[in-house]
Design a binder for this molecule. Structure first.
Ligand code: ADP
Length: 152
């Protein structure tokens, strides 16, 4: 059976933290769908189109990676894509508390889908899209925190 994982998130923007999780998960799955969740409550700083384009630029040579966007429940999107796994990264205890509840709720919504967590490497566990956005808004250089293929 083809092993498909969904890596859901905002990716606003995609960072070397996200890239590290994907790179380490690649040997475990036949296909990883990077899924940009559209959250109507959040005023997104970057458009869906530019976020998709940036991720496609990073993985242009990797046929195992797809980039899509979705609205609604992540478990419903998994069913639509025939994905049995949700991939998430854990940076610290704050991520753990938040992710534990979501994973348990998702399990109740659909018992056939497992959430797989990878711990962030220490040297990049401080990197977050929120802080990257703040640096950009204030005219700083974020090139260290995003894949080299992405030019913001
Ligand atoms: P969300 O909007 O759901 O917080 P993000 O786009 O911020 O999503 O992140 C998607 C996933 O990537 C989450 O599981 C998050 O924990 C993980 N992630 C984000 N930054 C890092 C990092 N520096 N190292 C490892 N994982 C990360």
């Amino acid at each position: 059976m083809t092993k498909i994982a969904i890596f859901p998130g905002s990716f606003s923007p995609f960072s070397i933290g996200h890239q590290s999780i994907i790179d380490r998960a690649l040997p475990m799955f036949d296909k990883i769908i990077i899924a940009i969740g559209i959250n109507s409550d959040k005023n997104q700083y970057f458009s869906i189109e530019e976020r998709i384009q940036w991720i496609e630029d990073v993985y242009i040579n990797n046929p195992k990676i797809n980039v899509k966007f979705y609205e609604g429940l992540t478990v419903d999107f998994c069913s639509k894509e025939k994905a049995k796994y949700i991939l998430r990264g854990l940076r610290d205890s704050h991520d753990f508390k938040f992710e534990k509840n979501i994973a348990q709720m998702n399990k109740e919504l659909n018992n056939t889908i497992e959430t797989i967590f990878l711990i962030a490497p220490a040297e990049i566990s401080h990197i977050s899209s929120t802080i990257i956005r703040d640096i950009i808004k204030n005219g700083g250089d974020v090139s260290k925190f995003i894949p080299k293929q992405i030019k913001i």
